[in-house]
Design a protein around this ligand. Structure first.
Ligand code: NCD
Length: 316
């Protein structure tokens, strides 16, 4: 079985060959998405429910488009209007939805571990669309697909991940994925924004942007995740931009063909120069959005196939 997983909860439990299988299938969905009739019936008859307990633009829209293009019946739960507001627990809500026989449940939640917990309580395939600062697997997979298509490979690259690493599930999932594929990872940012166990991650750490960017193939920028900060992590946005904001002068330290990435939402003039973000010769930020739909189609397709072969009612 080239892809064994029954849920997509994180990169941590995926084997390198599962990642490659998923990316290869995603490539074929990129082609489908670029054609005029963007439809297949891979998920026909299946029900997909999207439960987003945190704000989202790209991730929610692309999961919805992905499901619709594959022919699933897609429902977006409005969590602001749900019974969660009346005090129902996450698990009760999940069990209620589970009784309606969904096949795919896409969940974003502010608490690390909440999506794993939920997956233990339902008998459909669960996809983690971001849980706290823990994991955001489809983001790391779409980043990997973007890198593989731009660089022609996904191994032995020097990749810099810059900014607010401590609060970022995007950084965590990317460190895991890019590490599994044998790349050299550098984390760049102020010490206050580095995770406490950074020494155990098998990465190089830099406090100076120019030093860290020297000779890299890929520059991945991150947003300052203020919603997860409970104090002063940076002196001021102005000072932060001066030291860590990516602009053409700092990018010049990277390889001449280095690509610039950002998961969005972007804060122009805080972590990245707006003109550079829009420069199609360097920035692949819009490609990342395009790859996001294809990767989510591939993930749901593979999980649905595994579900079809599973014993009814039993999910591992
Ligand atoms: C990221 C997220 O939600 O973790 N955004 C995304 O999914 N594209 C990153 C962020 O919020 O900064």
């Amino acid at each position: 079985m080239p892809f064994r997983a029954r849920h997509l909860l994180g990169i941590e439990t995926l084997a390198p060959y599962e990642i490659v299988t998923l990316l290869d299938l995603s490539d074929s969905y990129v082609d489908l998405n670029r054609s005029r009739a963007k439809h297949s019936d891979k998920l026909a008859g299946l029900t997909q429910i999207n439960m987003f307990f945190e704000n989202s633009t790209r991730t929610q829209a692309s999961f919805e488009i992905a499901g619709k293009r594959l022919g699933a019946d897609v429902m977006n739960m409005s969590m602001a209007a749900s019974s969660i507001k009346k005090g129902e627990t996450l698990i009760d809500t999940a069990l209620t939805l589970n009784a309606m026989h969904p096949d795919l449940l896409v969940v974003r939640h502010p608490h690390s571990g909440a999506v794993d917990l939920l997956a233990q309580k339902v008998n459909c395939a669960v996809l983690n669309a971001g849980d706290g600062r823990h994991e955001h697997p489809t983001q790391a997979l779409l980043d990997a697909l973007t890198i593989r298509r731009a660089k022609g490979k996904l191994h032995r690259l020097n990749i810099a991940i810059c900014g607010d690493i401590a609060h970022s599930r995007v950084a965590r999932s990317n460190i895991l994925l890019l590490g599994k594929m044998e790349n050299r990872i550098r984390l760049i940012g102020p010490r206050t924004l580095m995770p406490s166990q950074v020494a155990e991650l098998g990465v190089e750490v830099y406090e100076d942007m120019r030093e860290g960017l020297n000779g890299v193939d890929v520059v991945m920028m991150l947003r300052l995740q203020r919603e997860r900060m409970d104090g002063g992590f940076i002196p001021s946005e102005r000072e932060y931009y001066h030291r860590y904001g990516l602009d053409p002068e700092k990018l010049a330290y990277a390889k001449p063909d280095a690509i610039v990435m950002h998961p969005g939402p972007m804060n122009r003039g805080v972590e990245i120069d707006g003109t550079l973000a829009d420069d199609i010769n360097r920035s692949v930020i819009q490609d990342q959005v395009e790859m996001g739909v294809a990767v989510r189609m591939a993930a749901m397709d593979l999980l649905a196939q595994n579900r079809a072969t599973a014993t009814p009612g039993v999910m591992v």
